[in-house]
Write a new protein. Structure first.
Lengths: 255, 303
């Protein structure tokens, strides 16, 4: 894969510029939403819940909100760009070019990572003042934020290719992405759940992204970050393979 | 060298056969016209050439590169102006053209971008957002986008649909220049006079099949020849010329439309009229045009 080709760089630049030109909607709005979550949940539950020993609920919540914002915005970037381009017809400008399948996937996914990280950094910067956070293992923070954003960017790409209408994409987002992120332990530790729901949570790949990310802050997590890394990496490989396959076949793109 | 080689291309959409085994060979440097009524398969064929549609059978190669198996090399050779007026509302004209250059691997392409914009009268709109442009201006940007990488093969799918005379003239001047410089041009249009003025060779499609393929001059010659319209001041049309009459609807029996296959026949007709003592009041030689041929072929007429 030629990751530094001019074609790849241009598509990456275009996809990044696209969200940056409407930053109020794509960056500022999700930061505000995360801030509201923190104020409401933090106010209601602070002092009443202690998930990890010595870690306040607000401190526990902040990494979860950061990661949730990263994941949701990484998904939104690739998926909304693709569906808009498909519906308005301007995707033809990409389809007519000599860009390889891998260059296209790489650029869309990396631009999604950029948006996810920008929003995540924004959420972190406005919420970090509400609690004392530690950074026990910063490398895990970086690994899981990048991998999580790449996974959701790839999912967004797949959803954007699959969907033919806005409501199909909205269904993907509302019935799959949103529940999976909410039920992944953003607001709680899955250890507080009944055994059945704990087992269900273990089948949710989003749980491993958030749990591993949180481990980087507190050095504590529901399961070992190495196991999370293995599961999340495998999930990424599966999704990337599906994405390459869809583009090679021209599924819903070249008729 | 063959610029576009289309070999037995077939494409169906459920029960509809959009292309029924189309084969065409377009040579380098040609100005080629692809004509046919709506639904004849022109856009499907162009989309197949562009790689936007995968054929059910057959193949297309651009300068020897298959558009499916060797798509990267094929697409570098090709610039396509799509029929639909599409644009990306996030960017200005210049940003749009720089991005399109980048997709083709060209980083510092501003000199050529400026030249293309100048030729298409877009320079004044370079920093205007695409959303703010009129339909005609958006069409110009579409043409510019297809040309940013100086493709050896340019495909224009109805590029002058709904645009003013000024753009048409400017566009054809620029495209003609590129054709003279060696670029192969493939054009579909509903304006047959444009095809007649620009194209050296024409293929006519009907129901997904090529029903006529020839040079423009041969096609015009083969179909119906020319017509000599004579208005008689006195005398009657000699019996010897009656078999040439193609139209005789003048109640006074003074105006006749006579078929002329070769120019030499004009003198023979005039000699016959003089010999019969006929005085001609008015005379006009009317050449057959592409529209006559088009109508004849699309009505199912044989060639």
């Amino acid at each position: 894969m030629n990751f530094i080709s001019v074609g790849f760089q241009t598509l990456l630049y275009k996809e990044s510029l696209r969200f940056w030109k409407v930053a109020t909607q794509t960056v500022a709005a999700p930061i505000l939403t995360a801030m509201l979550y923190l104020l409401v949940f933090g106010h209601v539950l602070e002092g009443k819940v202690e998930v990890y020993p010595g870690v306040s609920y607000t401190a526990f919540l902040i990494p979860g909100l950061v990661m949730m914002s990263v994941l949701q915005n990484a998904f939104a970037n690739a998926s909304s760009s693709l569906i808009q381009s498909k519906i308005t017809g301007n995707l033809v400008f990409i389809l007519l070019t000599p860009l390889s399948h891998r260059e296209i996937i790489g650029a869309y996914v990396l631009a999604s990572v950029v948006r996810g990280v920008v929003v995540g950094a924004g959420v972190f910067l406005v919420t970090v003042w509400f609690a004392r956070l530690s950074f026990v293992a910063p490398l895990w923070i970086i690994v899981f934020v990048l991998l999580g954003a790449a996974i959701l960017g790839t999912m967004g790409l797949i959803a954007g290719i699959w969907a033919e209408k806005f409501d199909q994409l909205a269904a993907f987002q509302n019935f799959l992405i949103m529940p999976a992120t909410f039920l992944s332990g953003v607001f709680y530790s899955i250890k507080s759940l009944p055994p059945f729901w704990q087992a269900v949570s273990h089948a949710n790949p989003f749980f491993y992204m958030i749990d591993g990310f949180r481990h980087g802050f507190f050095g504590q997590s529901d399961i070992s970050p190495w196991i999370s890394l293995a599961i999340v990496s495998a999930f990424f490989v599966v999704l990337a393979t599906i994405a390459v396959n869809l583009l090679k076949r021209g599924y819903n793109l070249r008729h | 060298m063959t610029a576009i080689q289309i070999t037995r291309v077939e494409k169906s959409y459920k029960a509809l056969k959009a292309l029924g085994g189309v084969s065409l060979s377009i040579e380098e440097g040609e100005f080629f016209g692809l004509l046919g009524p709506n639904g004849a398969g022109k856009t499907t064929l162009i989309s197949t050439i562009a790689g936007l549609i995968r054929p059910d059978a057959g193949s297309v190669a651009i300068h020897g590169h298959d558009v499916v198996t060797d798509f990267r090399a094929a697409r570098k050779m090709l610039g396509v102006v799509p029929q639909e007026l599409v644009f990306d509302p996030f960017f200005t004209v210049r940003e749009t053209l720089r991005l399109q250059s980048g997709y083709f691997g060209l980083k510092n392409n501003d000199k050529w971008i400026d030249e293309v914009m100048d030729n298409l009268d877009l320079t004044g709109k370079a920093d205007v957002n695409m959303r703010a442009l009129s339909g005609g201006m958006k069409r110009r940007v579409l043409v510019a986008q297809a040309l940013v990488h100086k493709p050896p093969v340019i495909v224009l799918d109805e590029p002058t649909a709904g645009v003013d005379v000024e753009l048409r003239q400017g566009l054809w001047k620029f495209i003609s220049r590129l054709n003279r410089e060696g670029h192969t041009v493939v054009l579909t249009t509903h304006y047959l006079e444009e095809a007649q003025a620009m194209c050296q060779r024409v293929a006519m499609l009907r129901a997904g099949k090529v029903v006529a393929l020839d040079t423009m001059s041969a096609l015009i010659r083969r179909i119906s020849g020319s017509q000599l319209i004579v208005h008689l001041a006195s005398g009657a049309l000699p019996e010897g010329l009656r078999h040439l009459v193609v139209q005789d609807d003048d109640p006074n029996d003074k105006k006749f439309c006579l078929r002329v296959n070769e120019y030499a026949e004009v003198e023979q007709i005039l000699a016959a009229l003089r010999g019969a003592g006929v005085v001609i009041d008015e005379m006009q030689l009317q050449q057959a045009d592409l529209e006559d041929i088009f109508m004849q072929i699309m009505d199912g007429g044989a060639l």
